[in-house]
Each structure stands twice: as structure tokens, then as C-alpha cells.
Design a binder for this molecule. Sequence first.
Ligand SMILES: Nc1ncnc2c1ncn2[C@@H]1O[C@H](COP(=O)(O)OP(=O)(O)O)[C@@H](O)[C@H]1O
Ligand SMILES: [Mg+2]
Length: 322
Amino acid sequence: MNDKEISAPSAAPGLAIDVRGLSRKFGAFLAVDNLSFSVKQGEIFGFLGANGAGKSTTIRMLCGLLKPTAGTALVGGVDVSSNPEGVKRAIGYMSQKFSLYELLTVDQNIEFFGGIYGLSGERLADRRKFVLEMAGLKGRETTLTRELPGGWRQRLALGCAILHEPRIVFLDEPTGGVDPLSRRRFWDLIGSLSRHGVTVLVTTHYLDEAEHCHRIAIIQAGRLAALGTATELKQVFSSRPIVEIHAAQPVQAMAILDRHAGVEKTGLFGTAVHAVLKDASADPAALAAALTAEGIDVNSIGAVSPSLEDVFLDVVERVGAA
Ligand SMILES: Nc1ncnc2c1ncn2[C@@H]1O[C@H](COP(=O)(O)OP(=O)(O)O)[C@@H](O)[C@H]1O
Ligand SMILES: [Mg+2]
């Protein structure tokens, strides 16, 4: 081993993304506030947060498109502040508004993005074939992009973002406004990238989708509010059971439950009410009795496992209250 190899590497081995104290101000407004986290190679890392939480701003910094105000981020071992061009070459990026050219055909978009990434000849032909197959776009090569259904456009956008076979891919709300079947198919593609060792950092506001991520970061007002696997995040409810109630008058049911001594808080999940209990001592049957006594028709009541939606609301409320 020579001296060069002994000197400290710039990123820990096995880490695709290493973020330390990353911040971004717009004027006096702190949009991203001292974020630190790391993402392993091949990991699917989910970014969850309300609109305006700072997800896109963070992604743009990690893609070398926006300068951090403070902190450092290494992406594929490359420093985003000192070498943004190096980062751009190493990554794939699908922006929140897909970057496809609507008036170009499928093939023309592939050629255009291939050109940006410096692909030509046999390599471009190979990659074109790969994208058409992956995205299920064979036979649609000459269709105008704006005439493709949303799910197809989204798969084409992903294909164009990975034409140059990047090892790290950033997807900013890739499934917004797309039907459930296409969303499912898109997550299958993300899973396949990950199995091939590609690191995927993806933002979504569909909490059910976040279950597909190996780990999830919840961002609230520019800050990291929680980080872990879905199972780990759900541990916030380990000593607080959640009871789900279906009742004819959910809003009135919530008001009654909120006054109940055993209930910490309630929330509406579709048409169901979730009551978070202060501890395991409150019995669903007692809650049902309290509701019935006040004239509420209870159709069903029982303990449920926490969903990521329960976790997200809980985390956001705690951070908001802090
Ligand atoms: N270029 C900009 N100039 C000023 N404010 C911005 C700019 N970009 C984003 N912001 C603000 O930063 C906050 C975070 O935005 P963003 O990162 O887009 O959030 P998210 O992607 O989580 O919805 C928002 O309040 C947004 O208005
Ligand atoms: Mg955004």
C-alpha cells in the first residue's frame, strides 16, 4: 500500500451519498436546515415531506444544480460544491417536472438525451433498445411524447435519465399524477435498478409508496425529522396502540374520543377514525361504549398496525409542536 492509498478516502466505503450539515438559504429564508444523512450503494432511499419541506432543494444541491449555503455533500465520492460538473456526469436526475421534450417523438427524446450524455454509435443503439424495453415503449418509437399516457411518459423520463448508466439516480416525485397501475410498474423498475446496485433517492408524497424504500427520511420545514426503515419508524407507536373506528358520524366520533381519558389524539384516515391511545390500558370496547353512549353508530372498532401515514402525521405534529 502506498501513501496515496493510506490517506483518508473522501467518502466512507459503500456510501453512495454522504451529506453533512447541508443547508440552503434563499435570501433570509432557510429552506434546507443542517441536513445530515448517508445512503448506501444500491439502497432505495425515500424522502418524505409536505410541499415546501425542502425535498427538491436538497435534491438539486445533491445533483450539482444548486450551491449549498453551508455543509458538504459527497455524491459518488464527488463533492457537490467543488465539482458540480463531476456530479452531473455521475448521476441520473428526473426532475419534478419531467424534462422530456413534448414535441419530440420517443426516439428523438432518447437521441437528444443520449447526445447530452455523449452516447453515440453502438452504445447509444444498445441503450435505446434497453430504454424501449424497460419502459414498455416498443412500437411507440415515433409517437409524439405529448401524446403518450402519463405512466408511459414517466417511464420514458426515467429511461432518459439513466441512458448513461449512472450508479446513483435522483427521482423527484416521479409518480405524481400517474395511475396506480403505472405507479406500481414504476416501483418495479426502481426495485430492479436497486437490485443491479444502482442507488436511488426518491421523493414522493404517496405514503403507501414509501413502503417500497429500504429507508425513509421525513423532512419537515427543511429539517430531518425522522430517519429509518418503515419498521423502525413505526416503533414510535410501540407503546401507543392505534384503534381504527368506522362510524356513521366520524367527525362527531373524533370529538368524543378526543375527550376520552385514554386517547392521546385522533385523526381522519379516509372515512375511518384513528385514535392513538396513551398506552395499552385503554380497551377498544370501552371506547366503543363511550361512542355508543353518545349516540354514535359504531360499525367496527379494533386495533390496527400503524401505517406510514400514522407515522408521518405523528412526526410532523411533534416537530411542529417542538
Ligand atoms: N429559488 C427559490 N427562491 C426562493 N425560495 C425558494 C426557491 N426554491 C424553493 N424555495 C422555497 O424553499 C422551500 C422548499 O422548497 P422545495 O425544496 O421545492 O420543497 P419541496 O420539494 O419539499 O416541496 C419552499 O418554501 C419554497 O418556496
Ligand atoms: Mg418538490
